[in-house]
Design a protein around this ligand. Structure first.
Ligand SMILES: NC(=O)c1ccc[n+]([C@@H]2O[C@H](COP(=O)([O-])OP(=O)(O)OC[C@H]3O[C@@H](n4cnc5c(N)ncnc54)[C@H](OP(=O)(O)O)[C@@H]3O)[C@@H](O)[C@H]2O)c1
Length: 347
């Protein structure tokens, strides 16, 4: 059992008061901090480094963590959380997300997989639990872009609903406050919204200035679903399997660099200001104190002007970085088949 200190948790003197960080109000009325810390080490930052960043980030004022079983570090993050909770932070002050990995979609696997995350994180409940991808197609960490699961499948709505019913049970049991989805499309979300008893509170989706997904962004918000934006800086250190020659680099865009110059700041911080002001919840990852602190500060000070927001709206290049090739289910498919670009769910 965690021993709790009676002294209040103190924020570093150069940190940010969490009360000043913008919040999103979910359809349940719950409040989620509008920026979180990503915890995927992109196959090169160790779990220990990520866990140390979690302690440091909470110490400078982060209250929202984006975790996932597949990141392979939840047991280390759990020890980090125990440390901050023993230091006087109250559990209710944190927003903790985790995600069900693709090899645990089978009805009987969902609740044990959730329990494993909860135990690893050393928590009694999660604020948010997501289905990480709408495909049950597993790949091992560190594989290249040609890897395929031997039993790979397309999106099968009946199967997805069986998984979703188990997530709904977790809400009923009080083990998770909200459930949600990730990497969904409008076509898939329409089916889920038709059939869900408990509707998704968020869609975690790739969002950065060169990939603004305006139609999906507007759709989820029109349904009372909050968009959480992953790879908000354009994931400059993403794994090799997620790079293609046509990818563009947000933080080298002249418009982003020009705005950064005017504000005397780094282009990465312009991406985050834009994200929070537009209405999504970015979850930037850094294991470096200087960067994660700057990322949090960026969203509480020196906002972008309306004309800067408009200039960024105009540089969308529809450049998806996390294309998901490893989740394809047949030979000779294109990654576009994962994303229902023509409004139809590819089979
Ligand atoms: N749901 C999903 O399928 C999904 C997919 C991808 C990612 N995610 C989540 O989203 C999180 C973030 O995405 P991501 O890690 O792909 O990309 P990202 O946050 O766009 O980029 C992270 C990279 O940017 C660098 N960086 C961070 N702050 C910086 C700053 N202020 N100045 C300059 N460079 C900076 C970091 O390097 P340094 O360490 O050198 O600072 C890090 O390598 C992940 O950690 C994960 O939690 C979810």
């Amino acid at each position: 059992m965690t021993m709790h200190s009676t002294a209040p948790f103190t924020i570093a003197t150069d940190g940010v008061d969490p009360a000043t960080v913008p919040q999103r109000v979910l359809y349940t009325g719950a409040r989620m901090p509008a920026i979180g810390l990503g915890t995927f080490g992109s196959d090169h930052v160790s779990g220990e480094q990520v866990a140390a960043a979690v302690v440091g980030a909470i110490g400078v004022g982060y209250r929202h963590l984006d975790c996932a079983a597949v990141y392979g570090n939840e047991h280390l993050i759990g020890a980090a959380l125990q440390q901050v909770l023993a230091g006087g932070l109250r559990r209710e002050e944190l927003w903790i997300t985790s995600k069900l990995w693709n090899n645990k979609h089978a009805e009987e696997d969902v609740i044990p997989a959730f329990q494993k995350s909860l135990t690893d994180l050393r928590l009694e409940y999660l604020d948010l639990y997501l289905v990480h991808w709408p495909f049950p197609n597993h790949h091992d960490p560190g594989v290249d872009v040609t890897a395929r699961a031997h039993n790979a499948q397309p999106y099968l709505h009946d199967h997805y609903m069986k998984t979703w019913r188990q997530l709904e049970k977790l809400v009923d049991a009080g083990l998770v406050r909200h459930i949600g989805v990730s990497n969904m499309t409008i076509a898939k979300l329409k089916l889920l919204l038709r059939d869900a008893r408990i509707k998704p509170a968020v869609n975690e989706m790739e969002l950065h200035p060169h990939f603004q997904q305006p139609a999906l962004f507007d759709y989820v918000r029109s349904q009372g679903i909050e968009p959480i934006g992953y790879s908000p800086l354009g994931s400059p250190n993403r794994p090799e399997r997620d790079r293609t020659p046509e990818d563009t680099t947000d933080i080298e865009d002249p418009v982003i660099m020009g705005i950064a110059d005017r504000h005397g700041t780094h282009p990465a911080l312009v991406c985050l200001k834009w994200a929070v002001q537009r209405g999504q919840t970015p979850i930037p990852m850094s294991a470096k104190r200087k960067n994660y602190l700057a990322n949090l500060r960026a969203v509480v000070e020196d906002p972008l002007t309306e004309s800067e927001m408009a200039a960024i709206a105009a540089i969308d290049r529809n450049c998806r970085l996390i294309k998901g090739q490893v989740f394809l289910w047949r030979e000779n498919q294109n990654w576009q088949d994962l994303w229902d670009e023509d409004g139809e769910i590819a089979q």
